[in-house]
Structure formats: structure tokens, C-alpha cells
Design a protein around this ligand. Structure first.
Ligand code: F6P
Length: 323
């Protein structure tokens, strides 16, 4: 394989830049020409593909976002879109593609490989940490630390005013950020899609903690919680209880930006190098994963057919610790 390309797709995550850097430099080190695709699959269809060099990725290791930019591309979900994309790659003599993104992006890579025989390797890049087959995705650690810092700051003001704060963190289908940031921030309650939320039971817990002398409390809510968003839950609590003076804070997209942590950078560098070496060794239809601190490979389908879920015991531990 003499020419490969790299793209980022779906929601950006901190650590995508170090991953791009590793892909480009590993390719260069192996004497392979490497191309960057702008705006994910959309750029593939539009032909926004440019050659990169070791110098094109200088000075990006500490930047959040992605220098290649990203998009969620509807056209690529069609066979016509994928045919156009494959023609662009073949026109440039590109035989292999590294896709950095979440499971939606992997489904596109899987179809491109199956239908068009373009060798594709995925690198898990999403703050949600919800990709099956890998213990960690690039960006989760940074987002988690950003969320924890937000919770720490809100605790200062909650304690000063004797208030309850409902803090909404990201995670449409996954409570990883909620559970880990809640534990790390000492939250009094953590509501996530993995557990059924019962508002009257939550009110009882808050009352019990209040009886035990807590004058302020933090409830972390995953945006995908089954009982609704943080505003809905806070309103219901206020409606059925004596806790009327509650506040809601939605941390939102600040969790997606910012300088990647050392953990995310090293993970990205290891996965980026492994992805290129996998392509050069003839692999396709696989994603790079981290299992027991080892970098390995798994079929792309594992991303959506298996679950990366947090240890359910963490929910019990979080309740133990909020006495
Ligand atoms: O998948 C990453 C993520 O940040 C989710 O946590 C969140 O629900 C979603 O993306 C938001 O997507 P968008 O940036 O398109 O609003």
C-alpha cells in the first residue's frame, strides 16, 4: 500500500489532532504517502483531499477539535454517495482509509469496505466512551475532566447558597461522563440512561441527605436520562417537594473542546500509529481498540453489536458514598 488517507467524522473530540498527527507521521516514517480529507465523508464525496506531510501536523498535539474538520454526512449513508467517495479515492490512487470517529462513522467505513473494497481502519474518537470493543475512546478523559471541573465550580456556589444544583452533562445514549464526573465530583446523585430514574425516590434520597445535615447538593444528569433533561427533572423535583430553590446548569459543548489530557494524547498517538500499521499489514474492516492497556484490533461491527458500559456496581458505590 503506497497511499492512504485520514478523516475525522461525527462529533469532534479532544485528542483527534494527536491521532491525525500519529497517522500522518507513522505513514511518512513507513514511506507511505498520506492524504487528509476535510469535513469527514462529505469531503470524500466532494474531493476535498490534500496531501499531508510530517510538517502539516506540527504544533497540533495540544489543540482540541480537529484540523481536518468534521461533519455528519447524510449523502454518505446512500450507496451512491459511497460510490462517489470510492471513485475520488481511486482517482488519487488511495488504497486505505483511516476513519477517526464514533460508531456511526464506523458503519460508513464498514459499508465502504464491503461495497467498494476500500481498506478501512477505525480509530475510536468520541467523548461519550460508548463504542463497543474498546475500554476507552479518544476524548472521554478530557471531557470527563472538563465536566468534573464544572461540577467543582458549581459546588462552590451551591455550598455558599445552600442550594441544590442539577448539572447536565453530555452523553446522548451513554452515562459514562455522568457516572465518572459525578463520582469524581462527589455528586449526591447521578442520573444516567443505564439506570431507571425514579423522581419520588430521588426526592426521598435528597430529603434523607438533608436530614443528615447536607445543606447543598449536586445532582448530575446525563443528557440522555430516561426521565428527561436536567430542567425537566429539576422542575419535577421542585413540584413535588419542599426543594423549591433549585438551579440548573447545562455544561453542553464546552465538554467537547479544550486541550486534550495526557491520557487522551497518548491513547490517540498509540491508536494512530497502530491504525496505519494495521492497514500496511493488510487489515481492513477493523477498529483499533484498547483492552487491558493493550492496543489491539477488533471487527468494526463490534462497535455497534457489543456494549462498552460502565461497571453497574459504580451506581451502587455512588449511592454508598453520598450518605
Ligand atoms: O457524540 C458526542 C456528543 O457530544 C454527544 O454527547 C451529544 O449528545 C452529541 O454529540 C451532540 O451532538 P451535536 O454537536 O451534533 O449537537
Amino acid at each position: 500500500m503506497k497511499r492512504i488517507a485520514v478523516l475525522t467524522s461525527g462529533g469532534d473530540s479532544p485528542g483527534m489532532n494527536p491521532a491525525i498527527r500519529a497517522v500522518v507521521r507513522t505513514a511518512v516514517a513507513h514511506g507511505v504517502e498520506v492524504f487528509g480529507v476535510q469535513r469527514g465523508y462529505q469531503g470524500l464525496i466532494d474531493g476535498a483531499i490534500e496531501e499531508m506531510s510530517a510538517r502539516s501536523v506540527s504544533g497540533i498535539i495540544h489543540h482540541g477539535g480537529t484540523i481536518l474538520r468534521t461533519a455528519r454526512c447524510k449523502e454518505f449513508m446512500t450507496a451512491e454517495g459511497r460510490t462517489k467517495a470510492a471513485e475520488r479515492l481511486r482517482g488519487l490512487g488511495i488504497e486505505g482509509l483511516v476513519v477517526i470517529g464514533g460508531d456511526g462513522s464506523y458503519r460508513g467505513a464498514y459499508d465502504l469496505w464491503e461495497e467498494q473494497q476500500i481498506a478501512c481502519v477505525g480509530i475510536p474518537g468520541t467523548i461519550d466512551n460508548d463504542i463497543g470493543g474498546t475500554e476507552y475512546t479518544i476524548g472521554f478523559d478530557t471531557a470527563l475532566n472538563t465536566a468534573m471541573e464544572g461540577i467543582d465550580r458549581l459546588r462552590d456556589t451551591a455550598a455558599s447558597h445552600d442550594r441544590i444544583f442539577f448539572v447536565e452533562v453530555m452523553g446522548r445514549h451513554s452515562g459514562f461522563i455522568a457516572m465518572y464526573s459525578g463520582l469524581a465530583g462527589g455528586a449526591e446523585a447521578i442520573l444516567a440512561p443505564e439506570n431507571v430514574t425514579n423522581i419520588p425516590a430521588l426526592v426521598e434520597d435528597l430529603r434523607e441527605m438533608s436530614r443528615r445535615g447536607k445543606t447543598s447538593m449536586i445532582v448530575v444528569v446525563a443528557e440522555g436520562d430516561d426521565a428527561g433533561n436536567a430542567f425537566t427533572i429539576a422542575d419535577k423535583v421542585a413540584e413535588i417537594s419542599e426543594f423549591k430553590d433549585v438551579r440548573v446548569s447545562v455544561l453542553g459543548h464546552v465538554q467537547r473542546g479544550g486541550t486534550p489530557t495526557a491520557f487522551d494524547r497518548v491513547l490517540a498517538l498509540r491508536m494512530g500509529a497502530a491504525a496505519v500499521e494495521a492497514l500496511l499489514a493488510g487489515a481492513s474492516g477493523v477498529m483499533i481498540v484498547m483492552e487491558n492497556n493493550h492496543i489491539g484490533q477488533r471487527p468494526l461491527q463490534d462497535a455497534w453489536n457489543t456494549c462498552n458500559c460502565y461497571d453497574p456496581d459504580l451506581f451502587r458505590v455512588s449511592r454508598l458514598l453520598s450518605v
